[in-house]
Write a protein that binds this ligand. Structure first.
Ligand code: PRT
Ligand code: ZN
Length: 299
């Protein structure tokens, strides 16, 4: 592998993943200056540059060593990994982290008025998709033979046009399927944006930079799910209040000046935490409950 002293990351130029990818990099403390042609961003704070490209090009750019990392949908990465395995017998691409945005699923959708009774219902049918490798693997695993019609876009209208009977496409809200009188029948892949990389390690200064980026990404991802809960409780109710906190809560109990009977509690909570959980803690005896977002965390 060629040595280089700056990491190069491929991100989507414009589309569903662009904004969240750039925001995530900013949250990791990386700042960039955009070139005039808007295709390259020079890293001003770290030896990390961005290449702004079409999402479909990202796995190939990493495989060819043009970029070291990429922010791309797992759907695109997996499809191209399977394609490389089919063509070359192996793929040197991997997902290093799941990034928590760009959620969707690759599903088979069938006409609303048709019964779907498992993969056998697909036998001998024409299935339109932009993901022939992922669909092919699903059909092969199910032992079903069907005709795959590869389309690069507007897959959902293929049944109406008569070019396919069934589709296999990305779904998020499901509104597109309903608008096209289709129903989601089976999910082949749950997807979200991932950090893609080659499976080989860097032998130069890119490795410590990657390690730093991963540590910061983990920190950003962890605080996304983390809240700081502050509250008061009487010493008598303390055990009950602590019992009402989530099991993984990290709690500090402090004395309250001028009031021996009271304590102040500070609890770091990770995972889903909504009104119902807060009300249960109040019912256990806590008062003056305050939930704050956490901006940064270093374990
Ligand atoms: O120009 P470029 O090639 O870079 O962009 P693109 O048009 O190929 O990709 P883009 O920006 O549409 O999507 C980029 C990535 O976002 C995808 O690879 C997925 O990982 C992720 N993503 C998340 C989605 C969706 N949600 C999504 N809903 N990608 C596409 N869709 C489409 C889907 O294909 C269907 O047409 O939205 C429609 C369905 O949406 P609902 O909400 O009606 O179900
Ligand atoms: Zn694309």
């Amino acid at each position: 592998m060629k040595t280089r002293d700056r990491l190069r990351i491929a991100v989507q130029k414009s589309g569903r993943l662009s904004e969240s990818s750039q925001t995530l990099l900013a949250q990791c403390g990386l700042k960039f200056r955009q070139s005039r042609d808007k295709l390259f961003c020079f890293g001003e704070t770290h030896p990390v540059d961005l290449l702004l490209v079409r999402d479909d090009d990202i796995p190939g750019l990493i495989a060819d060593g043009v970029c070291d990392l990429g922010f791309v949908g797992r759907n695109v990465l997996e499809e191209q990994r399977l394609d490389q395995i089919a063509n070359k017998g192996e793929s040197a691409l991997q997902a290093l982290r799941s990034l928590g945005y760009g959620s969707c699923r690759l599903s088979i959708a069938t006409p609303q008025d048709e019964e779907f009774e498992g993969p056998q219902s697909l036998a001998g049918r024409r299935i339109a998709t932009s993901y022939p490798r992922l669909l092919g693997r699903y059909l092969a695993d199910a032992g079903v033979t069907a005709q795959i019609v590869v389309l690069s876009g507007s897959v959902e209208i293929a049944p109406r046009l008569g070019t396919a009977d069934v589709i296999c496409d990305l779904v998020s809200s499901g509104a597109t399927l309903i608008a096209n009188q289709l129903k989601e029948s089976v999910t082949l892949l749950e997807s979200e944006a991932v950090l893609a990389a080659a499976t080989t390690e860097f032998l130069d200064t890119r490795q410590p930079m990657l390690d730093l980026l991963l540590r910061r990404l983990d920190g950003v991802m962890a605080v996304r799910e983390t809240r700081l809960l502050m509250m008061r409780a009487s010493r008598l109710a303390l055990a009950k209040v602590r019992g009402a906190l989530p099991i993984n809560a990290f709690t500090t109990v402090m004395a309250v000046q001028d009031d021996e009977s009271q304590v102040a509690l500070q609890s770091v909570i990770s995972g889903a935490f909504g009104w119902a959980e807060l009300e249960a803690i109040q019912a256990a005896g806590a008062t003056q409950l305050l939930v704050l977002p956490v901006e940064r965390m270093l374990a």
